[in-house]
Write a protein that binds this ligand. Structure first.
Ligand code: SF4
Ligand code: SF4
Length: 255
């Protein structure tokens, strides 16, 4: 039986998710044995840039019209398209700049020459094409990528956590940085999967994995307020990894 054909691509991002795949070390040979990676421009030469793909993994946000064209071509080739990393899933750090117009941004950064640059407001893949599955994280966790590949090889869509970072934090028996130390930790409203990496090192969660779908925003807004944080404090932190506008806005409406 032929192996599934896989492509791994990067749009505009730091390449951290592609590097996470290359850094699989112990598992990389098994991965190469289980799937046929035919197009991985960052890591290989001689790529087949036209053949149909069973699965395309795509990192990075869409920041140029060239990205849009590249993404649409990948979508046409792929039976399944998986967004890897927070930039691809939510827009990520590049979307931080979306609060000012592109024209103004280009002028500020590049001066007069900026008007010639191909640049659009940073957006997630799902703004342009159908995305079959998301693996968030900045970068994504390698175990989640491997679990996703294993599920896809069995013909299933992967199951990733649908609970908050706090759940993993409690399982590790960490002291709560929000309740015990009054720090602005976004663990209650951030989707789990990192095993509470930052709070386990005494650092508040910055929300890099993106918002939890069923977060209790009203309750969290109340708790943050009790700890002395303003709406602006919370929104500023949420913006760092491009939480969607409705999540950021919801902290105003719950005040
Ligand atoms: S430290 Fe942060 S992630 Fe951990 S339980 Fe407290 S609020 Fe949740
Ligand atoms: S604890 Fe929060 S900021 Fe840290 S890796 Fe996990 S989701 Fe990202």
């Amino acid at each position: 039986m032929s192996k599934p054909k896989v492509g791994i691509f990067g749009l505009t991002g730091c390449a951290g998710d592609e590097l996470a795949i290359l850094n699989l070390e112990d598992e990389l040979l098994d991965l190469a044995a289980a799937v046929d990676i035919i197009d991985f421009p960052m890591a290989m030469s001689g790529n087949d840039q036209e053949a149909p793909l069973d699965v395309a993994f795509v990192e990075g946000s869409v920041v140029t019209s060239h990205d849009v064209k590249t993404l649409k071509k990948i979508r046409e080739r792929a039976s399944l398209l998986v967004a890897i990393g927070t930039c691809a899933v939510w827009g990520g750090v590049p979307a931080l700049a979306n609060e000012i117009s592109r024209e103004e941004l280009k002028r500020k950064v590049y001066g007069e020459a900026g008007k010639d640059f191909d640049s659009i407001p940073a957006q997630p893949l799902s703004s342009f094409v159908r995305v079959d599955f998301n693996i968030p994280g900045c970068p994504m966790e390698k175990n989640q990528f491997l679990k996703a590949v294993a599920s896809l090889l069995h013909g299933d869509l992967p199951l990733l956590p649908t609970y908050a970072v706090c759940t993993e934090c409690k399982m590790k028996e960490n002291i709560c940085l929000l309740k015990e130390k009054d720090q602005l930790c976004l663990g209650p409203i951030t989707v789990a999967g990192c095993e509470a990496l930052c709070p386990s090192h005494g650092i508040p969660c910055q929300g890099c994995r993106g918002p939890l779908e069923e977060a209790n925003i009203a309750s969290e807004a109340k708790l943050f307020r009790e700890k002395g944080y303003t709406v602006e404090d919370i929104q500023k932190r949420l913006r760092a990894f491009a939480a969607p506008a409705e999540v950021i806005q919801s902290f105003v409406s719950k005040e």
